[in-house]
Design a protein around this ligand. Sequence first.
Ligand code: T46
Length: 131
Amino acid sequence: MDIKLYNFKEIGDYRGVLVPIEQLKNIPFEIKRIYYMYDTKKEIVRGKHAHKTLQQILICINGQCKVLLDDGKEKSVVNLDRRNLGLYIGPNTWREMFEFSEEAVLVVLASDYYKEEDYIRDYNKFLESVN
Ligand code: T46
């Protein structure tokens, strides 16, 4: 499965903690877009799509949430429960984000601008495209 977990270095001192992320240094792509989501209720499932080319890194910078990942052959669930944990998701990977805790803030670093044509939103079409 084209996913990878990144434990970003935490630089802490008496003032608190700082986590730097640098494109092509500690993540594998150039960042063209950043977006974030919050106020998602626990029973809500977001995502439910794959991307044809987009690469992304998801970081839950407050609270926690889970991400179901599916490459058409196997599935796994990642718990984004640390503020320095980044989940890389490559192309052709179905994702569903769920069980957002109260106050969860999910930040996403993306390798490209928003392009609706890059989405595969139909699960059967996704399975056809990967198999
Ligand atoms: C993904 C997961 C992790 C924009 O106008 N610009 C944007 O950059 C994005 C990401 C979304 N939108 C619009 C499109 C929809 O009208 O915002 C609305 C909500 O987007 P969507 O339903 O696609 O959100 P999620 O949470 O289901 O999925 C998002 C990303 O779209 C997707 O690329 O991998 O987060």
